[in-house]
Design a protein around this ligand. Sequence first.
Ligand SMILES: NC(=O)c1ccc[n+]([C@@H]2O[C@H](COP(=O)([O-])OP(=O)(O)OC[C@H]3O[C@@H](n4cnc5c(N)ncnc54)[C@H](O)[C@@H]3O)[C@@H](O)[C@H]2O)c1
Length: 436
Amino acid sequence: MQIGIIGSGHVGLVTGACFADLGHDVHCIDSDEKKIRLLKKGGCPIYEPELHDLIKRSVLQKRLRFSHRIRDAVENCDILFICVGTPTKETGETDLSAVTQVAEQIAHHMKKYTLIVEKSTVPVETCLHIKKVIQKKLKRKIAFDVASNPEFLREGSAVQDFFVPDRIVIGVDSKKAEELLRIVYRPFRAPILVTDPKSSEIIKHASNSFLSTKISFINAIARLCDAVGADVGKVAEGMGLDPRINRSFLNAGLGFGGFCFPKDLAAFIHIAEKNGVEFNLLKDVLTINHEQKMYFVRLVEKMLGSLKGKKLAVLGLSFKPNTDDMRFAPSLDIIPALQKRGAQISAYDPVAIAESRTYFKQVKFTSSVYEACRKVDGILILTEWREFQEMDLNRIRKIVKKPVIIDGRNMYDPQVMRKNGFKYQGIGKGFKSIKR
Ligand SMILES: NC(=O)c1ccc[n+]([C@@H]2O[C@H](COP(=O)([O-])OP(=O)(O)OC[C@H]3O[C@@H](n4cnc5c(N)ncnc54)[C@H](O)[C@@H]3O)[C@@H](O)[C@H]2O)c1
């Protein structure tokens, strides 16, 4: 099948490369000409495991091509997946300008029946909006359908998630659209849930909101554990053994970041309110998430005293491991807050340094964990990269000024750290119990 991908970012590029790998002819479009030039030259604009190899292979086999002209996809394809960004405005409302612009351009170039699939995360009733925009802009009567097919991939394991999804959700209001999408998703073993477009749109926002709620819930519990000297890891384990609760997403830490959860929550609250439904629960989820980063900064102060003139190593900058995505990364709030208190920061991240440079001022970026940790008063873990799990503790202890680790991701066993001569503090590991 000829598939068009409009918007070749984290979602679009993965979707395009994976569809091409399955044998489809894929046209990846992006309005960012620099990105398209890089892709045409054989580069990859983002770090995502397996993605670059997948792209190279499909380009070589002539199943994947790139263009900045939407016309190239509209004229050649049976199905167009809209994968453009949908950021939120200050008010929490989703900025649908890119989606609207794409819909207008599709209408402008459309000459035959086309199925337009909304893969970007959008508020309920966006399918309807796209349909109206296209109908208004079409120069003559051409049949088309608009479907919702939310994306659930996770950055860092996006290729794997694409090929082995938990579920495929399709929101359609025509048999033809359903049939076409069933053909596209035939090679997948996952259950396919077919709904109306509105329910499908809500499934995506509701899923992300629910997962965020679990994260904020366990972070609130972590603060209680710190206050009374309990262990949030054990609490999560005990809760998670109940299958109705489930252990996943009950990891206390620095809260959620990335391009999805924070913006999707804000958008969901906004669209609910617009429809007369107050969603105070989700407002609290966002508040707890924001507070959690400052809670960590206070923890650092409790461990190290005044931060004025203190040298701190920050390990991990991206919002989660296996990605260089810095959007809404906790480091963006934590590092400036530490600097405001007078700390000097040296930072290391296995892949996100290049991406980070534009976000921070007066941070010394290093090319290894060891360089970052030299002569520091404390080491802060902000992203749980596997590399940090395997760092040489003996070597680190010898090069730091003070052997203190404050672990925002609960990566380490406190006992092991203390045995190795470190003063160690995680999140929700009972702050009362540590000796200062
Ligand atoms: N990143 C994720 O993990 C993830 C997961 C699931 C869903 N989503 C959703 O998918 C959508 C895309 O997210 P992303 O992370 O890929 O964003 P992104 O910013 O990485 O990519 C969006 C791309 O769209 C391009 N674009 C913008 N306007 C365009 C236009 N008019 N024509 C052509 N291209 C245009 C941009 O240049 C950019 O390359 C969002 O709605 C997001 O919420 C993201």
